[in-house]
Design a protein around this ligand. Structure first.
Ligand SMILES: CC(C)(COP(=O)(O)OP(=O)(O)OC[C@H]1O[C@@H](n2cnc3c(N)ncnc32)[C@H](O)[C@@H]1OP(=O)(O)O)[C@@H](O)C(=O)NCCC(=O)NCCS
Length: 189
């Protein structure tokens, strides 16, 4: 069942999405960063990851395709991984460049955060980015994320050195950012 945002819909991946994911991953602008240069992701790799999923009532990750409500177009992908049930998960997202600055990224991120805090009852969401990615940092800060750890001079990209950033958003921070939502879980202490 898709997660419904205001201007974006997050639906499950389908085999026909794989070439679009490969293209996003192999474009140095639309991927977050690559550990291999030039990036060499293939449709086969994405299809293998897709097919290797196990049926589970308790999946530890979720990968979604962002669809623009207005046009039905493929916008990008957003995921949570490394789920520690009732505790934490890491999110990541990437959009086709023509959709940058349209508000779709923020809506997709808000939609996934609402699911993770309200439905999965998580206490903290994390994401990884770097100081050379001001859009990703700005998008995260707009949702209330803070820089929790900075690994200095950890990344060499486009001939420049950047810091690795771990950003996080605590449950209480999320709910104070959304006063219209009620947190029905008991506080930790
Ligand atoms: C990161 C990414 C998802 C951001 O999406 P986006 O559509 O570019 O985001 P937006 O332009 O809507 O920016 C969101 C917020 O970030 C901030 N922001 C945007 N550009 C910024 C910049 N150059 N400097 C500082 N802040 C910036 C603003 O607060 C903005 O909110 P506003 O539009 O209300 O002013 C997109 O750029 C992308 O797919 N990048 C490649 C993959 C990636 O880096 N993923 C993140 C890894 S966690």
């Amino acid at each position: 069942m898709p997660l419904e945002g205001e201007i974006v819909i997050l639906r499950e991946e389908q085999p026909e999405d794989m070439p679009l994911l490969t293209a996003l991953r192999n474009d140095l602008e639309t991927q977050a960063w690559s550990k291999t240069l030039p990036p060499d992701y293939t449709d086969t790799m994405h299809m293998k990851r897709f097919q290797d999923r196990e049926y589970s009532h308790d999946p530890l990750e979720g990968r979604f395709i962002m669809i623009a409500r207005a046009s039905g177009e493929f916008v990008g992908s957003i995921s949570y991984t490394g789920l520690k049930p009732r505790w934490s998960a890491t999110i990541g997202l990437m959009l086709e460049k023509k959709f940058w600055g349209t508000g779709l990224a923020f809506d997709a991120q808000e939609t996934l955060l609402k699911f993770l805090f309200m439905e999965l009852g998580l206490r903290v969401i994390r994401l990884f980015t770097n100081s050379g990615n001001p859009r990703a940092v700005g998008l995260a800060e707009k949702a209330g994320f803070k820089i929790a750890a900075r690994q200095r001079q950890a990344i060499f990209k486009n001939g420049e050195v950047f810091d690795n950033l771990i950003m996080d958003l605590l449950r209480e921070e999320y709910f104070s950012h959304h006063p219209q939502l009620v947190d029905n879980l008991p506080p930790l202490s």
